[in-house]
Design a protein around this ligand. Sequence first.
Ligand SMILES: O=P(O)(O)OC[C@H]1O[C@H](O[C@H]2O[C@H](CO)[C@@H](O)[C@H](O)[C@H]2O)[C@H](O)[C@@H](O)[C@@H]1O
Ligand SMILES: O=c1ccn([C@@H]2O[C@H](COP(=O)(O)OP(=O)(O)O)[C@@H](O)[C@H]2O)c(=O)[nH]1
Length: 482
Amino acid sequence: MGLSSGEKQNLIIVSNRLPLSVKRVNGSFQSSISSGGLVTSLAGLTKSTQFQWFGWPGIEVRDPGDRDEVSESLAAHNAIPIFLDSTLAHEHYNGFSNRILWPILHYQSGVTFDDTPWQAYKRVNELFADAIVETAENGTLIWVHDYHLMLLPELLRDRLKSRGKSCAIGFSLHTPFPAGDFWRNLPVRKHLIEGLLSSDLIGFHTDEYKQNFIDTCASLLDARTEIPNQIQYKNRLVCTNKFIVGIDPQKFTDTLELPKVQDRIRTLKERYKGVKVIVGVDRLDHIKGLTQKLSGFDAFLDDHPELQNKVVLIQVAVPSREDVKEYQDLERDLCTMAGKINGKHATPEGTPLLYMHRSVHFSELTALYSIADVCLLTSTRDGMNLVAFEYVACQRERHGVLVLSEFAGASSFMSKGSISFHPANKTEMSEAIFKALTLDASERKSKYEYLRDFVNHNTSAKWGQDFTEKLSERCKRPDKPC
Ligand SMILES: O=P(O)(O)OC[C@H]1O[C@H](O[C@H]2O[C@H](CO)[C@@H](O)[C@H](O)[C@H]2O)[C@H](O)[C@@H](O)[C@@H]1O
Ligand SMILES: O=c1ccn([C@@H]2O[C@H](COP(=O)(O)OP(=O)(O)O)[C@@H](O)[C@H]2O)c(=O)[nH]1
């Protein structure tokens, strides 16, 4: 194993979002765990590997005394804040990363490029590079995460060189990388790819994303890509590969055993006696296919009047990127749809849809996963989707069924153990839900066992070890073929 045992090598992790988001409450600073899969995957790594984590604390802090206070409280978690003023942070995160880059990475059309957010994106990447280069020592491994920081490898490489430091730089993309034509929609496409190609190792969630990226390098930059997993560009050799991100399944198993969670499970089971529960947990984001999910569920209720009052969908929509207009519009549409579905299908006995627009506590989440007969995930595109893994980790007793969109990265590994469907096809979704609810016990067991083995094998700790081990190898022998 790489970094946790024996040989010690410094590791720096960099992501836009830190594992803790800081808020000012009544004049003092409070931090809470950040939402989303990137934090879940990297948090799972903390058990096995030590690292310093650089990122934006999620709040503007101007006063130097306040900055010290925030830095000290985060230091207890090995997190180092990179402070940004609020306009810059807004233009970088909402303006370029989430309104321009995110939709293109997820095959959404109608994106309008704007130079102001692009300049902010460049500036934030520079500020990250300036901060990290101070801490990095010769031989430190620097592992950069996600689309907010695509220029960082090149900026870091230049700064490290001018200070006579040599470090291996790895990059992991947590989103899909789209096929060539979509990437061409972005006027600054070359800058971003060149930024990434200063990495020594680039990781993707699936072979498809990796191949799309390699093909783009060949067509856009004339990079040499004849040897699998290898990109030769401007006298540098860049390795790429698929690294399967995962969760820490033990954390779920342990939580499920807590007496308060067991109590909660008993209460929920009693509440839903005689009713099949379908669960959905998604950040409120277009890519999660939430409008498609509600339409598909509506179609399912239309198709199966005999199941009236016998099925409920509990949908947790975790608030996300609420300063972006498109996300606000989506929230409004979902509220309206949820109201219409319940208006149409509710009876005096109850409503078929429980739509919750908020975060849920981890213990409540595990209880919910555990009592659900089906987990329905309808992403139109999704880098991986760790909710699929988490549901499986909580299904040791029930052997519930995963109904998973073919467009979630997770589907390329989990389709054999789940029921897959096209999220834009309401009829397919309705049939998939029905099939999941009526699958016999032996089929459920064999699907569950397949998924359990996959989730238990591909943990976040393994992901981190595999990546850092490979990066460490690249650091020692940069010219070795990938
Ligand atoms: O940081 P936010 O803007 O609040 O968004 C949360 C995260 O969303 C995205 O997560 C992705 O990473 C997951 C783990 O690899 C993957 O399973 C999922 O499919 C992706 O959507 C985003 O890529 C992260 O940077 C965000 O932190
Ligand atoms: O209230 C909640 C409910 C769920 N999650 C977590 O958010 C992550 C979602 O990760 P996923 O990879 O499915 O998608 P992403 O949101 O990163 O696109 C999972 O670990 C969930 O447990 C969360 O942070 N807050």
